[in-house]
Design a protein around this ligand. Structure first.
Ligand code: NAD
Length: 347
């Protein structure tokens, strides 16, 4: 399941070289309305002349079966894409997740390549072979593990990304370090988010994720570490997606989840109060607090029962046994999640 990841100015030329293989019948590019305008012009010179661009609406609310059906699979079929076609996914985590999923299902599997254009997708979503879509309001409810034929990361795509989106990706960088690299977390606290060259941050995050994924590609063990912050994060994100005007970005939900799940780690005696304080102070130096009212907490906590890490009715959460050391499969209850949300609400 190991995939070659090329990072830096050589990424798009490396992709172009791969796309010139004679065994490829046609190149399809999947972009959303924003990446089609802002990123596709930079990619276009690296594509064969006869490629076909498929454009979908931008946003998590379009990471659905309807988009796969009415746009992606429909256009692949109309354009008579055969099994030797490749799909190049140009966009953030929505495009890389949905595009990977569409490619995996179409004619039992097209090759696909990830060209992530948000920080979140560059440090996390495009790496590791998880693809999927949301279903019936639940995050990533349908999906498959499918290895991309390559991941090509050009940090200059981030030049057009707004600060809110950059911060959203930064939440996953914090998460990676909290579960696996204490030194990197403390370095992050020292330097803060102001970074003029993202390349070293991306390279570190990708290497860390690849190391964990290599041990456990199908998430039966240590890969669950990467879900730290996501039990509460996904529950919050899923709930707020149902509340028009209150939707939050994936990383913003994860940032709240990092605090809630660190607090749960303290309750289990795994993390010290001083460590929790360091995490909270740093997270709040980057992210605003997510607002919800007390009445909503039990409803949000209930969403955690649909989390994919759960087994046999138990909510399995990743917690921290000290900064830089995640522990997975920690059983928590809906009541624990509500209590963690209550704690966060009081901060
Ligand atoms: P996104 O794909 O919605 O992108 C965010 C916004 O930025 C969109 O409006 C997009 O059009 C725009 N955009 C993308 N690139 C741009 C650029 N270079 N300049 C300007 N605008 C640009 O969201 P995201 O935050 O990238 O990804 C979130 C998704 O990733 C979630 O669905 C989450 O579940 C998924 N995810 C998947 C994994 C995985 O392992 N597969 C891991 C983490 C997150």
């Amino acid at each position: 399941m190991d995939t070659d990841v090329t990072i830096g100015p050589n990424a798009l030329p490396a992709l172009a070289a791969l796309l010139r293989q004679p065994a490829i019948s046609r190149v399809f590019v999947l972009a959303d309305t924003h990446t089609a305008t802002l990123c596709y012009p930079r990619l276009r010179p690296h594509l064969p002349e006869n490629h076909h661009l498929i454009e979908i609406e931008a946003g998590e609310e379009f990471k659905t079966l309807r988009t796969c059906d009415s746009t992606v699979w429909c256009q692949l079929t109309e354009q008579r894409a055969d099994r030797y076609a490749v799909l190049v996914n140009l966009g953030g985590g929505v495009v890389t997740d949905l595009g990977g999923f569409c490619a995996a299902i179409y004619k039992r599997g097209l090759r696909f390549m990830q060209v992530p254009t948000t920080l979140l997708a560059q440090v996390d979503a495009a790496v590791g072979g998880k693809t999927g879509i949301d279903f019936q309001g639940f995050k990533n409810q349908l999906g498959v593990f499918q290895t991309p034929a390559g991941v090509f990361i050009e940090p200059r795509f981030l030049e057009t990304l707004d600060v809110r989106q950059l911060k959203s990706g930064y939440a996953e960088v914090i998460k990676h370090n909290l579960v696996a690299d204490a030194d990197a977390f403390h370095e992050q606290r020292r330097t803060g988010i102001v970074v003029d060259d993202w390349t070293p941050t991306i390279a570190h995050a990708v290497a860390l994720k690849q190391r964990i994924v290599a041990q456990d590609p199908y998430e039966t063990g240590p890969r669950k570490l990467l879900n730290f912050g996501h039990t509460v994060g996904h529950a919050l994100e899923s709930y707020l997606l149902t509340q028009p005007g209150r939707e939050i970005l994936h990383g913003e939900a994860v940032a709240a989840g990092l605090i809630c799940e660190s607090w749960l780690s303290v309750q289990r005696g795994l993390l010290s109060e001083a460590e929790l304080d360091k995490i909270e102070t740093f997270v709040f130096s980057v992210f605003d607090k997510v607002s919800f009212v007390l009445m909503e907490m039990d409803i949000i906590a209930e969403y955690a029962t649909q989390d994919k890490k759960n087994a046999g009715g138990t909510i399995n959460c990743t917690l921290l046994q000290g900064i830089g050391n995640g522990v997975f499969d920690q059983a928590v209850t809906v009541g624990d999640i509500s209590a963690a949300l209550r704690y966060y609400h009081r901060l």
